[in-house]
Design a binder for this molecule. Structure first.
Ligand code: PEP
Ligand code: MN
Length: 333
């Protein structure tokens, strides 16, 4: 349930109203906007009478919401959330960010070369996998802690903030200097991991699972937010369908739908969504046109010899061209 308060209600009145709700066993989520204050009620609101609430002179309206996600819900927080990354980069609320880099960190020269190239090509954030969730245990598993060290060196050299994937909460201490922690598609419903990340204050890039609904994605965001960490970025990266020409099926309608349902920023990963380098450009442009707050693109200095996902990786020149075209689409909007 959400209660919209009348203009000019004092902090003391809000506090006493919240105490009244708490006494009824409900948690409250207060969102103070420039013009309006909204209280989101979390818990069993079935015994709360909306007419009684609307009868109070400090409440303008009270509405039941059926969505089980409260913290991520735009109804409780009408303004876009803006997530700050590494001091200089923002995402959401009109700020668009481009994340780029290799699928996996392979060695020092590869990651620094790609980092320099994507910076020159217009990236705001460097990506690179250190812990890799591979289908086969015989495939390259990533450089793990050493991969994070190499990313941090590339960050020092280029000034780009970094995003890299976590697979196990036990590794959290290795991520201390990482700017954005990614939760990959395969871990979207690893609820214990999400709970741990909720206790950090790091921006979390939460990717949609291979076969998950938007509601499930938002509920996973809710796990992180319920722990106190509101810095969640949602990522559409394609879902499993019957189609086989593309690696996944990019669900672009997810972008406006998620943005309608939630105040969190939404980005698109056209690389994993398509699995084919030549489809990355059109889907990146479409993502920008659909209102995404950013994109994440895999870029490799030598895609043909990449240890992971070479077929979907752009080379630095291709990336620079796509990044410039994406910015033109943003301007055209
Ligand atoms: C990745 O970004 O490296 C990755 C593994 O993506 P996803 O979890 O979307 O498959
Ligand atoms: Mn990849």
């Amino acid at each position: 349930m959400v209660a919209i308060l009348r203009h000019g209600v004092s902090d003391a009145q809000i506090e006493s109203l919240c105490n009244w709700f708490r006494a009824k066993g409900l948690d409250t989520h207060v969102s103070k906007g420039e013009y309006q204050t909204i209280i989101g009620l979390i818990g069993d609101t079935s015994k709360i009478d909306t007419d009684l609430l609307e009868g109070l002179d400090i409440i303008e309206s009270a509405t039941r919401v059926s969505e089980p996600f409260k913290s991520a819900n735009r109804k409780f927080h009408p303004e876009d959330s803006v997530i700050e990354i590494g001091g200089a980069v923002k995402i959401g609320g009109g700020a668009f960010a481009i994340m780029a880099g290799p699928c996996s960190v392979e060695n020092a020269s590869q990651i620094t070369e790609v980092a320099r190239a994507v910076k020159a090509g217009g990236a705001d954030i460097l990506r690179g996998g250190a812990f890799k969730p591979r289908t086969s245990p015989y495939d390259f598993q990533g450089l793990r802690g050493e991969g994070i060290e190499l990313l941090l060196e590339a960050k020092k050299e280029t000034g780009l903030p970094i995003v890299t994937e976590i697979m196990d909460a036990h590794h959290l201490s290795l991520f201390e200097n990482v700017d954005v922690i990614q939760v990959g598609a395969r871990n979207m419903q690893n609820f214990e991991l999400l709970k741990e990340l909720g206790h950090t204050n790091k921006p979390i890039l939460l990717k949609r699972g291979l076969a998950n609904t938007l509601k499930e994605l938002l509920m996973s965001a809710e796990y992180i937010m319920a722990g106190g960490n509101g810095n969640v970025i949602l990522c559409e990266r394609g879902i499993r369908t019957f189609e086989t020409y593309t690696r996944n099926t990019l669900d672009l309608a997810a972008v406006p739908m998620l943005k309608e349902l939630s105040h969190l920023p939404v980005i698109v990963d056209p690389s994993h969504a398509t699995g084919r380098a030549r489809l990355v450009r059109p889907m990146a442009l479409a993502a920008a046109a659909a209102g995404a707050d950013g994109i994440m693109i895999e870029v490799h200095n030598d895609p043909a010899n990449a240890l992971c996902d070479g077929a979907q990786s752009l080379n630095p020149q291709q990336f620079a061209e796509v990044a410039a075209a994406v910015r033109r689409v943003r301007e055209a909007l």
